[in-house]
Design a protein around this ligand. Structure first.
Ligand code: ATP
Ligand code: MG
Length: 309
């Protein structure tokens, strides 16, 4: 993976009348990454994407794609982009294949071989000659992705790609996007208001709220890693005296009784000693697990309890 940014936003602002929809966004997305825009309804995800693909003008600031400015070098910049913003336009009475052929006519350099290759890539071989109106939502999504990929973009932008997909469809899309970044070196930007999906899909996320960038972080930073102290739940029946004595142990930052047993805040490498200690005292342990702070908790913390869509 190269460190060169595929997309750079520099102080991007969008105003409509007196309203500031996007306020001074600055961040980079490196090659090969799956990058997420996360934020509640109305945060500005779609607006940012619309500016990135030239569907909306930029009030001030710069968007650079593969070194080309989307404002002043539009043709050269947009060549690198494949996007699905809102619902992709499809002719429902035509087959998926006919739709791709129709689209390919508008894009220079797309051959029949490329269409076949893409159909295989999105795993629609078996159904590509069926009419689109007979497709499931997930199949329509995949056809949309196929269309967006036909001209070999290096950046794929998908606005709310998991909308309307079931959990299996979401997992499939995620695996598929991973596959694309690995095999074709494509960079992917997805937006969502659903935190759990971003957690599963992205390498990094930018949190947007009311048109502002709240934070950009690798996904691990939101969910905590192994060598940091975190909360563990030990399922056992323990009394107050036992809790007080655990509190005295080295490496324990916090202990509290919960209905299932006790919750401790400690580093992972302390767990064996704690379990050994409890077992030695004759306490029966029924389970131990890390209680992850979810992205949702983090999000609420960061945005100061702002509503989550
Ligand atoms: N053309 C426009 N003119 C005026 N205001 C607009 C325009 N387009 C969007 N907005 C406003 O900009 C804000 C951000 O909207 P946007 O669609 O970017 O949010 P979003 O993060 O994509 O939300 P959602 O999760 O609902 O898709 C909203 O308050 C919206 O009403
Ligand atoms: Mg939107």
């Amino acid at each position: 993976m190269s460190n060169e940014a595929v997309v750079s936003l520099r102080n991007v602002t969008k105003r409509v009348g007196r309203k500031t929809l996007i306020n001074n966004l600055t961040f980079d997305v490196p090659q090969g990454e799956i990058f997420g825009f996360l934020g509640p309804n109305g945060a500005g995800k779609t607006t940012t994407i619309r500016m990135m693909v030239g569907l909306m003008s930029i009030t001030s600031g710069e968007i650079i794609i593969k070194g080309k400015n989307i404002k002043s070098e539009f043709e050269q910049a947009i060549r690198h982009v494949g996007a699905i913003v809102e619902n992709p336009e499809m002719y429902k009475f035509l087959s998926g294949y006919r739709n791709l052929i129709h689209y390919a006519r508008m894009v220079p350099g797309v051959t029949k071989e490329r269409i076949d290759e893409i159909v295989k890539l999105v795993k629609l071989e078996d159904r590509i000659h069926d009419k689109v109106k007979r497709y499931s939502l997930g199949m329509r999504q995949r056809l949309g992705v196929a269309q967006a990929l036909l001209h070999r973009p290096s950046l794929l932008i998908l606005d709310e790609p998991t909308n309307g997909l079931d959990p299996a469809g979401i997992r499939e899309l995620r695996d598929y996007l991973r596959y694309l970044t690995r095999t074709e070196g494509i960079t992917v930007i997805v937006s969502s208001h659903l935190l759990t999906e971003m957690e599963l899909m992205c390498d990094r996320v930018a949190i947007l709220n009311q048109g502002k960038l709240v934070d950009v972080k690798p996904i691990e930073d939101f969910i905590g890693s192994n060598d940091q102290a975190q909360t563990y739940l030990i399922e056992a029946s323990v009394d107050e005296v036992m809790i007080a004595s655990i509190r005295e142990m080295a490496g324990i930052q916090e202990v509290q009784a919960v209905p299932e047993g006790l919750e401790i805040v400690t580093e992972r490498n302390q767990i064996p000693d704690i379990l050994f200690y409890l077992t030695e005292k004759g306490i029966r342990i029924y389970g131990v697990r890390a209680v992850r702070q979810s992205l949702e908790d983090r999000f609420l913390e960061i945005t100061g309890g702002g509503q989550v869509g």
